[in-house]
Design a protein around this ligand. Structure first.
Ligand SMILES: CC(=O)N[C@H]1[C@@H](OP(=O)(O)OP(=O)(O)OC[C@H]2O[C@@H](n3ccc(=O)[nH]c3=O)[C@H](O)[C@@H]2O)O[C@H](CO)[C@@H](O)[C@@H]1O
Length: 363
């Protein structure tokens, strides 16, 4: 019988760090039903809502990132750092984790730093082709670093890297049988093609603008839209729900049905979105955010586009949208080709492979 163990998990800020953490926890729970789980996130961030919704306890630290531009907000950063290190230390002392797992984001910095100092074995899961600063700093003391892309030995010690892919929630692994249910769930017209618009977990202003500018074009082309605007932008765009075939959403909780309902996908290129889209295997246009560290979304997207698995439309070229999407709509051979190629890149066993590594650390 496996002993009861304490598992500390930290990651958050955006869905891209939270959902991998939840997927890993769910798989650990299957293998260690008696384990105690504790998440650590950043106060006021998305994880404080999403983690409890998924059945786990979370504690919040007072922490945020440093603004890249000169900002008064940076003045509070040293205080936040001290406060979060202090509280992370208390959490580690009280919870006594057997292992700590970091999936990136502000809170994982102090949490893993304090746990590593106490000698708790640590595993880092890096979703992107270019790592964030937190994971780069934590890597030195980590036991294992699970990655989804090649060539990360530029940033992390080579002997610690394992290429596993990004964890994808279990319910997204098999969606092909859900099409009919999904079209009914979204009240879609089954005779029209559906375009899913995803702006990442927070929504994307530039994508929302693009969709707004092209609404009539979608309608003229007999397309219906499932448009995730993001919570921040929802109030501005929800008025378009009144248009035939257009539905806006602040955030989509049933991503399994969402992906199943879509015939075409327009998406940001966050790492988890890409991993999910590889499993989903539908014709996709990536519009990467140009506003992230080292332009990593473009690099993430290129890893698929260079294998002919999706179309890349850079944000600076969105004036070409109708040509790009129009061409894709007309060409069914291309649609099938893209679908097959993106599917070939899927790593559906990522979560299990990561948890195998965690088991080795616990042992
Ligand atoms: C602006 C920004 O900093 N983006 C980063 C953030 O992206 P972001 O948080 O957008 O993360 P990803 O694109 O990687 O993942 C989004 C996740 O949210 C889920 N989802 C999304 C919309 C929705 O309505 N419902 C829903 O459940 C998706 O299914 C997916 O699991 O973290 C990623 C992973 O480190 C990075 O690659 C991105 O560059």
């Amino acid at each position: 019988m496996k002993q009861s163990i304490n598992i500390l998990i930290s990651g958050g800020g955006t869905g891209g760090h939270i959902y991998p953490a939840i997927a890993i926890a769910n798989e650990l729970k299957v293998r260690y039903p008696d384990a105690n789980f504790l998440f650590v996130g950043a106060k006021d961030r998305m994880e404080m809502e999403k983690v409890p919704q998924n059945g786990y306890e979370i504690k919040g630290l007072w922490i945020s990132g440093v603004q890249r531009s000169l900002s008064l907000k940076n003045l509070s950063f040293p205080f936040k750092l001290i406060s979060s290190l202090w509280n992370a230390k208390k959490i580690v002392k009280k919870f006594k984790p057997n292992v700590v797992i970091g999936t990136g984001g502000f809170a994982s910095g102090p949490t893993l730093f304090m746990a590593e100092r106490k000698g708790v074995p640590a595993l880092i899961q890096e979703q992107n082709s270019y790592p964030g600063i937190t994971n780069k700093l934590l890597a030195k003391k980590a036991g294992k670093i699970c990655v989804a892309y090649d060539k990360l030995d530029r940033f992390f010690p080579k002997n610690k890297i394992v290429k596993t892919g990004n964890p994808v929630r279990q319910d997204l692994l098999e969606i092909s049988s859900l099409t009919v249910e999904a079209k009914a769930y979204f009240k879609l017209n089954p005779n029209k093609k559906s375009v899913l618009v995803l702006g990442g977990s927070l929504g994307a202003r530039a994508i929302n603008k693009l969709i707004e500018e092209n609404l009539e074009w979608f309608i003229q082309n007999d397309l219906q839209l499932i448009w995730q605007t993001g919570k921040l932008y929802f109030e501005e765009y929800k008025k378009y729900d009144a248009k035939e075939g257009v539905q806006t959403h602040a955030f989509l909780n049933r991503m399994d049905l969402t992906y199943a309902a879509a015939d075409f996908i327009i998406s940001r290129a966050g790492a988890s979105s890409i991993s999910e889209l590889c499993i989903v295997g539908k014709p996709t246009i990536f519009i990467p955010s140009p506003n992230v560290t080292e332009d990593h979304q473009t690099k993430n997207a290129l890893a698929v586009v260079e294998k002919n698995g999706a179309v890349l439309l850079e944000e600076k070229n969105t004036s070409m949208f109708q040509n790009v999407m129009g061409e894709l709509l007309k060409d069914e051979t291309k649609q099938a080709f893209l679908s097959k190629n993106i599917k070939d890149l899927a790593l559906p066993n990522a979560t299990k492979s990561i948890v195998n590594e965690i088991e080795k650390l616990i042992a």
